[in-house]
Design a protein around this ligand. Structure first.
Ligand code: PLP
Length: 442
């Protein structure tokens, strides 16, 4: 139950990649037949990713993953500035954006460039970035706004179309780290689509059932991007380096499968309106992009359900998990519950527990989850995302992220609903504060 950390490779993805490790090992830049075979496969994969995102093939740049795509977006856009530029991002970002922004703030893009001015927008207690806060932070020299689409720890979805439109009105470019929504929400970047104001978008293969070490950056036509790597003219001079053909093929196949999985949401509400594409929790919550989903009518998962075959079923499975935990365990709750969330993520706090202890106890029982804290200098720092949402360090340290994959089954959820309450009860027996009934800081 740790799919936000990484997803398994789908068998179809592995099969599509297989020939490109052995018999078809050509370099896609070679002009001979072997090379041209590899080139054809790379371009076919590019078309699949472009179809998935509703964009042009030429707008896709293959990279080594989410971290590189995020860095390329920030450094690539902010290169070549002669006057000090301003970047707006948020306190909720993944370190791939956060640390890149901090580096730009400290040293700029290169030896000759001035440092970048950076504003880190605060979060609401629900984990949302308020459009008004973005409006207030914009300056005449704001060149780029980078706000993640959904958070990797809480699954909270930002009102991204609205935020991107605000950035555009002020003449700034807009980048979003969409690593945690790819394959979970439909993404339409076409010039007429709901995401038309997004200029750059990051995705990562290993969060969407493709391999690790492959990703892409969508760069809208006419956006000027300086390369970070200097070398050949690969990827239209935006990312030098011999293409990772097999993994690119895997990413293309994963995009095709994700497209089909998202399109498989066939269940309709009694009135015949389509359900909530992407299976977003809490679709009536504030800040939602109204055109993204039509109704909140979600069926509950049938008892015999195995793995979810579409986002609605995955949401039902996740909701069943959450309700099962909340009804069995006291002093627990959902972080980010008041905001729209992606279909697979559940970040839960268990008062009077150290998340690390629970993660280890669950691992011994065969359940993978994530504590969300980073071990720095031997001490577990509470998650920067949860503290940015205003949680106390104690509550942040007591929070565990469970994230389902498309392969998680109803049977696994039922098993988890037996194991987790027992593990929490055992650990709380060892907690003097819990035994003394002391209140925990929220
Ligand atoms: N952005 C987000 C939101 C992520 O969750 C991750 C990975 O955890 C990344 C970026 C980095 O992606 P990659 O592991 O492909 O470098």
């Amino acid at each position: 139950m740790d799919a936000n950390a990484t997803t398994p490779l789908l068998p179809e993805v592995f099969e599509a990649m297989r020939p490109f490790w052995m018999e078809h090992y050509g370099n896609a830049s070679s002009i001979h037949q072997q090379g041209q075979h590899a080139r054809g496969a790379v371009e076919q994969a590019r078309s699949a990713v472009a179809r998935f995102l509703h964009c042009l093939n030429s707008e896709i740049v293959f990279t080594s993953g989410g971290t590189e795509s995020d860095n390329l977006a920030l450094f690539g856009v902010l290169s070549n500035q002669t006057a000090p530029a301003h970047l707006i991002t948020t306190t909720l970002e993944h370190h791939a954006v956060l640390h890149a922004a901090e580096s730009l703030e400290k040293t700029g893009v290169g030896a000759l460039s001035p440092p970048v001015q950076v504003t880190f927008l605060p979060s609401t207690p629900e984990g949302l970035i308020e459009p008004a806060a973005l409006k207030a932070a914009l300056r005449t020299n704001t060149k780029l706004v980078s706000i993640m689409y959904a958070n990797n720890e809480t699954g909270v979805i930002q009102p991204i179309a609205e935020l991107a439109a605000i950035a555009h009105q002020a003449g700034a470019l807009f980048h979003t780290d969409a690593v945690q929504v790819t394959g979970k929400l439909p993404l339409d970047l076409s010039a007429e689509g709901p995401l038309k104001h997004i200029d750059l978008l990051t995705l990562s293969g290993h969060k969407m059932y493709a391999p690790k070490g492959i990703g892409a950056l969508f760069v809208r036509r006419n956006v000027r991007l300086a390369p970070m790597l200097h070398g050949g003219t690969h990827e239209r001079q935006r990312r030098a380096g011999t293409e990772n053909v097999a993994c690119i093929v895997g990413l293309g196949k994963a995009a095709e499968l994700a497209h089909a999985w998202l399109a498989n949401d066939t269940i309709t509400t009694p009135g015949g309106t389509p359900t909530n594409p992407g299976g977003v929790t809490n679709p009536s919550a504030p800040y939602l992009d109204s055109e993204m989903w039509a109704s909140g009518g979600r069926p509950t998962a049938p008892a015999h359900l195995h793995a979810a075959t579409n986002p609605t079923q995955l949401t039902a499975l996740r909701d069943r998990f959450e309700q099962g935990i909340l009804s069995q365990i006291d002093e627990t709750g959902v972080n980010g519950a008041g905001a729209p969330r992606v279909s697979n993520t559940s970040n839960l706090y268990f008062n009077h527990l150290e998340a690390e202890a629970l993660v280890i106890a669950l691992d011994l029982k065969g359940i993978s989850a994530s504590g969300g804290s980073a071990c720095q200098s031997g001490a577990a720092e509470p998650s920067h995302v949860l503290t940015a949402m205003g949680l106390s360090p104690a509550r942040a340290r007591a929070s565990v992220r469970f994230s389902l994959s498309r392969l998680t089954t109803a049977e696994e959820i039922d098993e988890a609903l037996k194991i987790i309450p027992a593990a929490v009860a055992r650990l709380r027996e060892l907690s003097p504060a819990y035994q003394r009934n002391e209140p925990q800081p929220v």
